[in-house]
Each structure stands twice: as structure tokens, then as C-alpha cells.
Design a protein around this ligand. Structure first.
Ligand SMILES: C[S@@+](CC[C@H](N)C(=O)[O-])C[C@H]1O[C@@H](n2cnc3c(N)ncnc32)[C@H](O)[C@@H]1O
Length: 250
């Protein structure tokens, strides 16, 4: 289904396109306080490895400007803040104020303050100047965006020439046996875990469905090229359960 028509998908449901952002917002308002704990439980801590690899590929250096888009509770922001140092800047941008509040409180507790700014923004219409950031990351965020093509074009616009976009997202497992086990885990275990830990099975049912509706590796790579990136590639992790897409602007 095109994501720029009147209808779009919210997990497996077909909904009015202009209602999806609100529905996604309800999911993240509901899970914000238990978001970090659920990530560790659901992924057995492996999300930390996926994020570490993303940070390594970003190769942030002192003085750089980094946008952690859909940054939520700030796992990537924390690392970037250390890497870019006092002369650099990290913007943690997210559409959802509950996620931003949890993220800001967590980072302030950890002493991450001086070079981080928090911005409530929709990835589809980024409120930043052209050619502004050296690095943009969007981790487990693009799946939730209604108009992905528009969001990718917006990221391309605010990225500096010579900069790179890193899209960390669930993707399509390479091995069919892996897919079966993963389907069982996603639909039989994760919503129950969501119910027990976050008191919300539905949001975690949405998580599993939205992963299945997200473009696969090659489709997303082509979408990045269509959005104006001069080169794009990707690396599969955990047998393609997750992929890191990289987009370059020359
Ligand atoms: C699964 S969380 C990921 C958070 C964090 N990046 C991480 O990896 O832990 C997805 C985040 O995307 C945000 N989000 C969803 N739609 C968005 C949009 N259109 N623009 C910006 N952020 C969005 C949500 O509010 C949520 O915080």
C-alpha cells in the first residue's frame, strides 16, 4: 500500500492516513515508562549490540552535529554526546512528548546535559536548516512514520553533503526457519510480555505487526535512493531480523 494516499496501515489494520500518527502516539504514550525494560526483555539485551554497531558505523567525531531522530529514551544520544564532546551538538528529536520526557530525565540522571538539545518534531517535516547535520540516525523509528518517503526526503535535506544517514530497523529474516521461530515469538510471546510488564498487550501486538509491514532490505534501500541519497547500502544483523541501512549524500 502506498503510504502517501488517504489510507495507510497501522500494523495489519488499514486506517485513514491522517489518523496513524495519533494511533502511534497512543502506543508510545502508553509504553514510555516501561520502554527500556521491555527492550531488554524482548530482545534479551541484543538491542544494545544493534545500537553499538550503529554507533560504530556512524563514526562520530568531536565537534560534529548529530540528529538522533525518533530518539525516544535516548540510548544513541547518550553515546553520541560523549563522542562529539563539548564543541559538538546532539539533537534528540521525537514526535512524542512522553518519550522525550522519559529520555530527558534518564539522560539528565546520567549527567548527559551540556551538548544535547531536545526537540519535539515529526520526521516528515524536520524543523532544521538545509545541510545542517553531519550524521542522522533513526533507530526503530521509521517503521512508525506514516509518510516514509517524505521523512527520508526531509532527512536528506537536513544532512550535510559528505554526511550519512543510518536507519536501524527491523527487517526481513534471511532464513525461513528463523522466520517461523521469530513469528511464533513475535505473536505468541511478545504481546503477553507486553501485557505482564507494561500492562499493554495491544501496543506490543502493533510492534510485531508493524515489523511485518515495514519494507524489506532492498525496498528500503531503493526508497533511500529515491529520496535523493547518492548512495545507499545495508548490513544485516541477527540473520536479517534487523538491518542497518546507510544513506550517503555527496
Ligand atoms: C521504538 S521507539 C525507538 C526509540 C529509540 N530510537 C530507540 O531505538 O530506543 C520509536 C520512536 O519513534 C517515535 N516516532 C514515531 N513516529 C515519529 C515521527 N513521525 N517523527 C518522529 N518520531 C516518531 C516514537 O515517538 C518513538 O519514540
Amino acid at each position: 500500500m502506498a503510504d502517501n494516499g488517504d489510507k495507510t496501515h497501522f500494523g495489519y489494520k488499514t486506517v485513514e492516513a491522517d489518523k496513524k500518527a495519533e494511533m502511534v502516539a497512543d502506543v508510545f504514550h502508553s509504553v514510555a515508562s516501561k520502554y527500556d525494560l521491555m527492550n531488554d526483555l524482548m530482545s534479551f539485551g541484543v538491542h544494545r549490540y544493534w545500537k553499538r554497531f550503529t554507533i560504530e558505523c556512524a563514526a562520530a567525531r568531536p565537534g560534529m552535529k548529530v540528529l538522533d531522530l525518533a530518539g525516544g529514551t535516548g540510548d544513541l544520544t547518550r553515546k553520541f554526546s560523549q563522542l562529539v564532546g563539548e564543541k559538538g551538538e546532539v539533537v534528540l528529536a521525537d514526535i512524542n512528548d512522553s518519550m522525550l520526557k522519559v529520555g530527558r530525565a534518564k539522560l539528565q540522571d546520567q549527567g548527559v546535559v551540556s551538548n544535547v538539545n531536545y526537540v519535539q518534531a515529526n520526521a516528515e517535516a524536520l524543523p532544521f536548516p538545509d545541510n545542517h547535520f553531519d550524521i542522522i540516525t533513526i533507530a526503530f523509528g521509521l517503521r512508525n512514520v506514516t509518510e516514509k518517503a517524505k521523512a527520508l526526503a526531509s532527512m536528506q535535506r537536513v544532512l550535510k553533503p559528505g554526511g550519512k544517514l543510518l536507519v536501524l530497523e527491523f527487517s526481513k529474516p534471511l532464513n525461513p526457519m528463523m522466520q517461523k521461530a521469530y513469528d511464533f515469538y513475535s505473536f505468541q510471546v511478545i504481546p503477553r510480555m507486553g501485557s505482564m510488564v507494561a500492562g499493554d498487550a495491544e501496543s506490543y501486538q502493533y510492534l510485531s505487526e508493524s515489523i511485518r509491514m515495514h519494507p524489506d532490505q532492498e525496498t528500503l534501500k531503493q526508497m533511500m535512493l529515491d529520496a535523493g541519497f547518492d548512495q545507499a547500502d545495508y548490513v544485516n544483523m541477527t540473520n536479517g531480523v534487523v538491518a542497518l541501512h546507510r544513506g550517503y549524500k555527496f
